[in-house]
Design a protein around this ligand. Sequence first.
Ligand SMILES: NS(=O)(=O)c1cc(-c2ccccc2)cc(-c2ccccc2)c1
Ligand SMILES: [Zn+2]
Length: 263
Amino acid sequence: GAKWTYTGPDGEDHWYKHYPFCRGPFQSPIDFEPELLRYDPTLVPVEVRNYNLSSHEQLTLSNNGHSVQLSLPPRMQLSGLPHLYSAVQLHLHWGSPSLPPGSEHTVNGRRFAAELHVVHFNSDRYPNISMAADKSDGLAVLGVLIEIGEFNPAFNQFLKYLNGVKYKDQRIQISAFNIRGLLPAHLNEYYRYDGSLTTPPCYASVLWTVFKNPVTISEKQFLALATSVFSSSQQESAPVVLNGNYRKPQNSENRIVLVSFQE
Ligand SMILES: NS(=O)(=O)c1cc(-c2ccccc2)cc(-c2ccccc2)c1
Ligand SMILES: [Zn+2]
């Protein structure tokens, strides 16, 4: 598809020119402001299945020029949602060394350092991700807010390989690990709303679950993420560092955000 960036002439205010849904309804991310939140006692804890992958298995870590992503096997599943969802990939959004906050969702205006997205598709209804990606009940994404603090050994299971995917379109095989370790300890407290992909083509096809409790990575781990990855390919003369790869909060259009917790 057409090229898009986070700043400049192809930045987010121009995405709609090639990707019309980016100017449509139900766009993500949004700011979780108190007036939008409604406690829903029927929201059960998120259940993850087969997230504890064996280190004998390999996953593809790649740089798509907009983020670093890790391929995930479809036997990794989400239950406790309206349908069964199978994992596809995970990726990150982050800030920059000079301006660390780079999460996509914000909580009452607070932007976190980074955000992890674990993307799944509705495998009850669709045979594969391509058939699901543009359907209103097609995708479920887990959002994990990340702040700078304690070193996180789980994140290091893939951050330690970033130098292998420095440039756009590079990909390497890495040993699989327990993906559950990337999520917060408790999966019972989260924000839930209907939204979209936060990147082009911006399909309004995502059931969002953003956990209330952030996880931490260390300053050093954050800097590795914010300085090791380029949006440019190895052939290009001038390397362009990839950071600040987050979309600004979208109009919540009076959407209600269900929460599984009471303050
Ligand atoms: N941020 S996100 O969660 O809404 C998202 C989901 C998917 C996605 C992935 C597989 C199937 C369907 C949707 C892809 C991206 C993406 C990020 C960077 C560059 C290009 C695409 C981002
Ligand atoms: Zn994302």
